[in-house]
Design a protein around this ligand. Sequence first.
Ligand code: SME
Length: 151
Amino acid sequence: MTFEQLKPQVESIISNSQLTVNERLLELCKLLETHINYYNWVGFYFRNGDKEELLLGPYVGAPTDHTVIPFGKGICGQVAVSNTNFVVPDVSAQDNYIACSITVKAEIVIPIFVNGKNIGQIDIDSNTPDPFTEADERFLEFVCAKVSEIL
Ligand code: SME
């Protein structure tokens, strides 16, 4: 399914007030993991109040031990402080990387802003080497902007 085809489905999940926010986030994870074949782990991390750490939110894919990530650690922790997208074509080339599964080859992390503040992120792991393009970044920025409307 193309990103353009997925966008209305993202909007429909976001606007489903029958579901809690976390249920909607989980539905988004399922939508993306199901329809984009190189998205193999899809999840959200959110800042833990005023603490400089991220907490794992809804996700689909292999369970991870990394439910708490300090700011600055790994790809996710770096995005918490850089406020910018981080696209990793080859995780084995990264020094500051937290491995969740040996099958993962690439990762993309896009921050979520609410009122200009970086409050969390969407994190996607791929078992395919170098799969992400600018189209993924633009689509995931769209997803994050929609998510920020319900936080
Ligand atoms: N690889 C991430 C950790 C989170 S897992 O991918 C679920 C990182 O380096 O921050």
